[in-house]
Design a protein around this ligand. Structure first.
Ligand code: BEZ
Length: 220
């Protein structure tokens, strides 16, 4: 069955976790950038509905303040909206003047919607003309690792996005998973055993804290 958007037009396929992130070349506030330009570092690509709007302004200030903490994780930030580069420049200047926060990451001016369509950022039920509040975490090999979609009315929690990047990196580095509400420094979950013998060994393994054979944590 064909999926259609709010206008009855064929809807683009949404990107999928674990697959290569959709490639792009886009005009940004720091010149033309392509996805490949970020290869080798992690990337948080995020969209906002429109420049000069209140919730987006608070989000931009929060992302801009957190940029050094993302960079400590070797993770870059890249914003996007369906606005012109002139609008972005004027808004960035306004954010600096009014909130005292300099936005030092690039912002895509996606006037032709090419990036928004490739990433499924337009949800006609929310807005036909604006991107919703999306977050795409792309790893250093340019695979899409996580997606968050928020509606127009709800500003995102930048601490949660930092936590998500840290959790993905810890999972990669140590072949573990992270429990609910995990924050850096807390115990992590070891993958459950796949055989009866491994289950019996698991509960007898020192250094593991086991609730039962399938739920064991360790401190990194
Ligand atoms: C805002 O950022 O405040 C906003 C943008 C679009 C729709 C609703 C709120």
């Amino acid at each position: 069955m064909m999926t259609t958007d709010g206008n009855g037009a064929a809807a683009p396929r949404l990107p999928r976790l674990g697959e290569p992130a959709p490639a792009f070349e886009a005009v940004t506030t720091q010149g033309t950038l392509r996805l490949e330009d970020f290869a080798g570092s992690w990337l948080v690509l995020f969209s906002h509905p429109a420049d000069f709007t209140p919730v987006c302004t608070t989000e931009f200030a929060a992302f801009a303040k957190a940029l050094p903490r993302f960079r400590e994780l070797e993770c870059e930030l890249l914003g996007l909206s369906i606005d012109s580069v002139y609008s972005h420049i004027a808004w960035m200047r306004n954010v600096e003047e009014k909130l005292g926060v300099k936005v030092q990451f690039p912002v895509i001016a996606d006037l032709d919607r090419q990036v928004a369509l490739a990433y499924g950022m337009i949800m006609p039920g929310e807005s036909r003309t604006e991107t919703v509040r999306c977050v795409f975490v792309i790893d250093d090999r340019q695979n899409l690792r996580a997606m968050i979609y928020y509606p127009l009315t709800t500003g995102r929690n930048v601490e949660e996005i930092l936590r998500l990047v840290k959790a993905l990196q810890v999972a990669d580095r140590s072949a573990v998973a992270t429990p609910a509400n995990w924050v850096e420094g807390e115990p992590v979950i070891v993958p459950p055993p796949l055989t009866q013998e491994a289950a019996a060994q698991r509960v007898a393994t020192p250094d593991l804290e086991c609730v039962d054979w399938y739920l064991c944590t360790r401190t990194l």
